[in-house]
Design a binder for this molecule. Structure first.
Ligand code: AMP
Ligand code: FE
Ligand code: FE
Ligand code: ZN
Length: 289
């Protein structure tokens, strides 16, 4: 096994499987990544590590290096903030407890959204359960899939632009820690925390720079800058922070199988940055062929 230094190859460190809101099993995600020419991958399901056990051996059997990862849900004011976390210890009690608190609360929250929708649409909780893999982290994408199955909307994107958008009045929030707590938990578990898609347009737009600098002081490692949802203006602000604080930068697809148009490898992370993530994380180890 070789890890750490040296050549890693094209890297996409942000991929989702059916253990959260992706539409493919973990090993199918690894096959899709390999098909698109990737040699270094991470599975980053929302608030869970359940896919690692299947994804890691699948990646290695295809000749790819696998970095254990996750996308942890946090919230700053009204904003949903997603924290990519790499190489943390999945057995860390505090982090694991927070992850299960978020996952559990997501279930009740999804039931509340469905109850709201059922006032106006023919949709039941059973419809949503039918779209969800056992033990998956439940999210609005599963409700979107149920709406598609019922013929109420055409696809996930239409659901998010329509009834699942907070402005439509059916939305409910789920529990999520503030970003400082989230960064502290990942760092304490030996992991490397990076902000996912830090500068989208709209409601989840970038956190104020002083808030981001507080996160850096708590051990935030860097940003996912090359991501289709980031604005150009926001990326300039982030690149300035990267220079001033010597941060790590990634680029990734945020692949969700058929759930989004994003394709594996549409953005990639430089080798030198992969090496820095590996050097910094010590809660779990990358797995290589
Ligand atoms: P939730 O965390 O349950 O509020 O749902 C947010 C998730 O929905 C994100 O992780 C995205 O993967 C997904 N999502 C957001 N917008 C869209 C969209 N327009 N099309 C498909 N999936 C989306
Ligand atoms: Fe997602
Ligand atoms: Fe995200
Ligand atoms: Zn994601």
């Amino acid at each position: 096994m070789s890890t750490g230094r040296g050549f890693h190859g094209p890297a996409d460190l942000h991929l989702h499987s059916s253990r959260s809101d992706g539409t493919e099993t973990p090993d199918a995600v690894m096959r899709a990544a390999h098909f698109h020419g990737l040699r270094t991958v991470s599975l980053t399901d929302h608030d869970t590590t359940a896919g690692w056990a299947d994804a890691a051996p699948a990646a290695v059997s295809l000749g790819m290096t696998f970095l254990p990862g996750m996308e942890l849900s946090a919230r700053h004011a009204w904003r949903s903030v997603h924290l990519l976390a790499y190489l943390f210890d999945p057995g860390d009690a505090a982090l694991a407890a927070e992850m299960s608190r978020i996952r559990d609360d997501r279930v009740g929250r999804a039931e509340r959204i469905v109850a709201n929708l059922s006032r106006d649409y023919d949709l039941t909780w059973a419809d949503v359960v039918a779209q969800t893999t056992i033990d998956a982290t439940v999210g609005r994408p599963h409700i979107a899939d149920a709406l598609v199955a019922r013929g109420i909307v055409a696809d996930r994107a239409a659901a998010f632009d329509g009834v699942l958008h907070p402005r439509e009045g059916y939305y409910e929030p789920h529990y999520a820690p503030d970003p400082v707590t989230a960064v502290d938990l990942v760092v304490a578990a030996g992991g490397v925390p990076m902000i996912a898609h830090p500068t989208p347009s709209g409601r989840d737009r970038m956190m104020p720079v002083p808030v981001i600098e507080e996160l850096i002081a708590h051990g935030l490692a860097g940003f996912e800058i090359d991501h289709r949802e980031n604005t150009e203006a926001g990326k300039r602000v982030l690149r300035d922070l990267v220079r001033r604080h010597d941060l790590i930068v990634t680029g990734s697809s945020d692949y969700h199988g058929a759930g989004k148009p994003n394709r594996p490898g549409e953005n990639t992370t430089d080798d030198a940055m992969v090496s820095r993530i590996i050097a910094r994380g010590d809660g779990s180890a990358p797995v290589s062929p």
